[in-house]
Design a protein around this ligand. Structure first.
Ligand code: SAM
Ligand code: SF4
Ligand code: SF4
Length: 343
């Protein structure tokens, strides 16, 4: 990896540069989180992508390289559960070798992160992970993940990641009213002073499976209120343009938290993210209804120049700003599921 920009990033129709590519490596997951892959939809008969439909690591590397040439500097692997994909460290090594990549990270539920895996990931070139954890108490966490998985192994995975050098570890906690809002303070307390950074995420209406309702969202302001009842926090400036989390620092110097206000304070104006699904479709918004089939291009023999021209065409036509216009949507539109497109 190096830090020399290779190109002026291309701009979309609203003059937003491309900067991040999120790559979903699988649509499968061993959890059934209520807000993402609820059991009643993702049951035993659910048709996941077939092996032949998934992009190979070589195909992902090639697409990512073209994106980096077009201005992408951050790559994030996600899913589904990315650690389900066999030898994911092989892909990490390929992506870490692309000149121009400044940041390579992975989001995981932590359930499969053994010390050996963490070490392999680090050795392949991964430097950061985000681990999702929605509550510290077993009953609440199990009611969120849908598969009776206890929080202890995830807490252990967070330590394993830090020991392997994948730090600071970020922890994602989606807050859903009436389910885990009472777990916010204890989670903040647990990670305060640990060197890890917990980020509270407003529950979003991604996909159509979770039957999202606006009154189930605990807003960023409410999350802040919960924490401020006990601790004094002060805003910190963003690390970079387009950062999605609002950063807050504890006044006593014991670290920081993040709050992602995707619903109450949308940040479409600075959205620099493209998403590649596990089967090679390109999405220009998390809430898109359809994608652009990059896999078909690759498998029909397109050259890198042809891929680049196609991607430029897609990005330059991009006008997405779903979260800013959510409130004015009167009919529910079909949206792609988060487990497919990647978080
Ligand atoms: N399986 C991995 C994990 O859970 O970390 C990676 C994929 S998951 C789709 C990526 C992130 O999206 C997770 O942190 C998850 O909590 C978040 N997420 C999923 N559905 C969400 C929703 N409806 N609203 C807000 N965040 C959501
Ligand atoms: Fe799986 Fe992650 Fe979705 Fe939970 S949020 S169901 S762990 S993909
Ligand atoms: Fe970006 Fe779409 Fe989310 Fe807006 S709604 S921030 S355009 S992904």
């Amino acid at each position: 990896m190096d830090s020399i920009p290779k190109a002026t990033p291309m701009l979309d129709a609203l003059e937003r540069p491309i900067h991040d590519l999120r790559i979903s490596v699988t649509d499968r997951c061993n959890f059934r989180c209520v807000y993402c892959m609820p059991k009643h939809v993702f049951g035993p008969d659910y048709q996941f992508l077939k092996r032949s439909e998934l992009l190979s690591y070589e195909e992902i590397e090639r697409i990512a390289s073209v994106f980096v040439d077009l201005g992408v500097r951050k790559l994030r692997l996600t899913g589904g559960e990315p650690l389900i994909r066999k030898d994911i460290e092989r892909l990490i090594a390929k992506l870490a070798g692309i000149e121009g990549v400044q940041d390579l990270s992975l989001t995981t539920n932590g359930s499969l992160l053994t010390p050996k895996k963490a070490e392999q990931l680090y050795r392949a070139g991964l430097r950061r992970v985000t681990i999702s954890l929605d509550a510290l108490d077993g009953e609440t966490f199990k009611s969120m993940n849908g598969v009776d998985f206890a929080p202890e192994p995830v807490l252990k995975a967070i330590d394993i990641a830090a020991v392997a050098g994948l730090s600071p570890v970020k922890i994602n906690m989606v807050v859903k009213r009436g389910v885990n809002d009472n777990a916010v303070l204890s989670a903040a307390e647990y990670f305060k002073g640990s060197g890890h950074i917990i980020r509270f995420i407003e529950y979003m209406d991604v996909g159509n499976s979770n039957k999202w309702q606006a009154d189930e969202v605990i807003s960023a302001a409410q999350i802040r209120d919960i924490i401020e009842k006990k601790y004094s926090i002060t805003p910190a400036s963003p690390d970079y343009h387009g950062e999605v989390a609002q950063r807050w620092r504890y006044r006593d110097g014991s670290g920081e938290i993040g709050i992602i206000a995707s619903v109450s304070q949308p940040f479409c104006g600075s959205c620099t993210r493209a998403r590649l699904s596990a089967d090679g479709s390109l999405y220009t918004c998390l809430f898109a209804s359809s994608g652009h089939d990059i896999r078909a291009l690759i498998r029909s023999g397109a050259t890198d120049d042809e891929l680049s021209t196609a991607i430029k065409g897609i990005w330059s036509a991009r006008t997405d700003r779903y979260s800013e216009i959510r409130a004015s949507q009167s009919v529910e539109i079909p949206k792609i599921e988060m487990s497919y497109i990647g978080g």
